[in-house]
Write a protein that binds this ligand. Structure first.
Ligand SMILES: Cc1ncc(COP(=O)(O)O)c(C=O)c1O
Length: 444
């Protein structure tokens, strides 16, 4: 791996950032890659690696935030896309690739009887919530504190609550100023993995709840899996009160060929999908039992919830998604478990060797680094104060210097094209990056 000097040697990235600052607020389009004093700009990607515009190659553990299960520019996906591009990129008419991807996904999990596509996970979350409202005639949704479900106002409520405002029972906090009171009033926030409190809060609102929205391993607190007791309670209570149980598998679909629901035996009514099912292109989907999905069916007149979108189910995304999923078998997913365990064990040891006061969490191909060592079971126990956050920021920056991309928040993802040697290299680099972070903290 080439020696990475950053930001000093990044004249092209710096120049691009200066141009970008003149035409985009903060010089960026997405908040995620922002990095002081300017982000590294990607030039190209191949397999597990990204080369930036200044020619430095790094192992990419971001994988466009968990959407590239086979890394960059997988040859089979590239070849199929090249062929499809020559036939047309978007039609108002339906296409065969759309049917083929729908068949592929529906074969993956018991609850996927029908599916509809969208262009992003956020859009799919919005459609699933609107579907639940149309089915029940109710307006409220239930979501867990500190869990990310994309950018629909309702799904964002209480995403970044803090000790100053979160209350005893989680309060409904708008994500930005000006969020309508109606939005906050229509979101019932529950603590993750707390069966007793969550059930009590849900039942207090029982007649107004359209949907219960759950991520089986939320990224914001380190991909901690939902407990069997908690998800069992959600399933039971949703049925009891006549609400729709929506499972957000936008990220977790990667933890098994049939998603987290197959791995953990979860029985949702509707599931939201995105990321890896698009093979590297923009995508989202809602899949579920016919009884619920019929809300979109127009065949008996106007559907309860019409669905549209100009680029929905475009054949580029559909073609890439099908190949990506065909190449992601249960054996591949099992291998991700083993590789992920190797990484987490190695990083835990590296932190201990370096005297770094943190931990690594997660399972399968997902992991997250924290600047504290508390036992994490929900948003509050995972919540990092400023000092704890600084440990992760220092580590991430030092990892960029070492030739590895993880998110500034400490989140990262493996892809199928990564090897044991890639993981071992990452572990060794993490120990050096952690030692440097300890030194930097002592000097600060
Ligand atoms: C769990 C979860 N749900 C929904 C979304 C939104 O998906 P998208 O970014 O495609 O809109 C994300 C995105 O990271 C996510 O992690």
């Amino acid at each position: 791996m080439s020696a990475a000097k950053w930001p000093e040697n990044h004249s092209q990235s710096k120049a691009l950032y200066e141009r970008a600052s003149k035409v985009m607020p903060g010089g960026i389009t997405r908040i995620l890659p922002w990095q002081e004093p300017f982000p590294v700009y990607a030039g190209s990607g191949s397999g597990a690696y990204v080369t930036d515009v200044d020619g430095t190659r790094r192992l990419d553990l971001l994988n466009n935030f968990a959407s590239l299960i086979h890394g960059h520019a997988h040859p089979a996906i590239v070849a199929a896309i090249q062929e499809q591009v020559t036939k047309g990129t978007a039609f108002t008419l339906p296409t065969e690739p759309e049917v083929a991807l729908a068949e592929t996904i529906c074969a993956r999990a018991e609850s996927f009887e029908w599916i509809r596509f969208s262009n992003s996970g956020s859009e799919a979350v919005m459609c699933a919530i609107k579907a639940a409202r149309a089915l029940t005639g109710r307006s409220k949704i239930v979501k867990c504190e500190g869990v990310y479900h994309g950018s629909y106002d309702y799904a964002e409520v209480s995403l970044d609550s803090s000790p100053e405002n979160w209350g005893d029972d989680p309060k409904s906090i708008g994500y930005s100023k000006g969020v309508p009171e109606g939005v906050k009033n229509d979101v019932v926030v529950i603590p993750y993995n707390d069966v007793e409190a969550a059930e009590r809060i849900i039942l207090a609102n029982r007649d107004a709840i359209a949907a219960i929205l759950i991520d089986p391993a939320p990224s914001y607190f380190g991909f901690i899996p939902v407990t069997e007791e908690f998800i069992g309670m959600i399933r039971r209570v949703a049925t009891e009160i006549g609400a729709v149980f929506i499972l957000d598998e936008v990220i977790t679909f990667r933890v098994h060929a049939g998603g987290a629901q197959t791995r953990f035996n979860i029985k949702p009514d509707l599931t939201v999908l995105a990321k890896i099912i698009g093979g590297g292109f923009p995508v989202g989907a809602v899949a579920g039992l016919r009884k619920f999905m019929q809300v979109f069916d127009h065949r008996e007149g106007k559907p309860l919830l019409p669905w549209s979108g100009t680029f929905t189910a475009n054949p580029i995304t559909m073609t890439a998604g099908k190949i990506a999923l065909d190449l992601y078998t249960q054996a591949d997913s099992d291998r991700m478990d083993v590789l992920g365990d190797r990484l987490r064990a190695g990083v835990t040891e590296a932190f201990a060797n370096a005297g770094f006061p943190g931990q690594v969490t997660g399972f399968s191909s997902m992991f997250m680094v924290f600047g504290h060592q508390r036992d994490i079971r929900d948003y509050r126990s995972g919540y990092s104060n400023k000092e704890e956050t600084k440990w992760v920021t220092r580590l991430q920056r030092n990892l960029v210097l070492e030739g590895y991309h993880i998110a500034k928040t400490g989140k990262a993802f493996l892809s199928t094209v990564m090897t044991e040697a890639d993981v071992d290299g990452f572990i060794a680099a993490t120990e050096r990056a952690a030692r440097l972070a300890v030194k930097e903290a002592a000097e600060a």
